[in-house]
Write a protein that binds this ligand. Structure first.
Ligand code: ADP
Length: 226
């Protein structure tokens, strides 16, 4: 479904972020990409959603080369890949309901669909009781649950969670991992990045270890080894 083939990325200032990275991800897989800060995890995710271009190699999504897509195809690609980031990226002036509704409007959903689906998706991530609150009235863990709800409400095929637990304590981290696993069990492919050993040990499943821009391990049942 997702195919990185000898992907390299050197930034304009000559920082080498990735060197010859190859791996593929099957539909409905849960893949954790682990490595220290600066290893190239975020770069890998940005290249997949065509926010930047590789300097070598190719990335394919269902056989289509992501970096040969026109604007329209990139728009379609991004509707199929939900994203969650370390810093939540909620709109501070909108309520939780409005934050989710806004993402649904952007994806062309009707008012009736929005009214039906927003409460449902918030229940799925156990945050339904905060529907009329503003982001600043929520804890970090609660905000991240809202961000996950926003990423999944349009039913993407893939969710990218780039260091989603980076600002969270162990209890909230465990909760976010549990929710991502639940989403995966409901049929969504999940790509999770982290530098946190504890996260890797609780997720289980496939772990790709990346260090200094290179894949050094791809383990079907991995543990953090750095
Ligand atoms: P990680 O997500 O694992 O922390 P990143 O992909 O963010 O790693 O960064 C990989 C390397 O690329 C780092 O050395 C980082 O400083 C560098 N880098 C990231 N973005 C840029 C950029 N826009 N310009 C120059 N260097 C960058």
């Amino acid at each position: 479904m997702i195919y990185y083939d000898k992907v390299s990325k050197t930034y304009p200032d000559e920082t080498v972020a990735l060197t010859d990275v190859s791996f593929s991800v099957e539909p409905k897989e849960f893949v954790t990409i682990v490595g220290p800060s600066g290893a190239g995890k975020t770069t890998l995710m940005k290249l997949l959603i065509a926010e930047d271009r590789p300097t070598g190699g190719t990335i394919s999504f269902e056989s289509a080369n992501v970096h040969k897509m026109n604007r329209r195809d990139i728009g379609k690609l991004r509707r199929r890949i939900g994203t969650v980031f370390q810093d939540y990226r909620l709109i501070p002036t909108k309520t939780i309901y409005e934050n989710i509704a806004f993402a649904m409007e952007a994806a062309g959903r009707t008012d009736a669909e929005i009214a039906a689906d927003v409460p449902h998706v918030l229940e799925l991530v156990d945050i339904g009781h905060k529907i009329w609150n503003f982001p600043k009235e929520l804890s970090g863990g609660e905000r991240q649950r809202v961000a996950i709800a926003r990423a999944i409400v349009t039913q993407p095929d893939v969710v990218i969670a780039d260091e989603p637990t980076g600002n969270l304590d162990p209890t909230n981290t465990a909760e976010i991992v549990r929710i991502l696993k639940k989403i995966n069990q409901l049929g969504t492919t999940v790509l999770l990045t982290t530098h946190n050993k504890g996260v890797v040990d609780t997720v289980g499943g496939r772990v790709i270890t990346i260090e200094k821009g290179k894949v050094i391990k791809d383990d079907k049942n991995g543990k953090y080894i750095l």
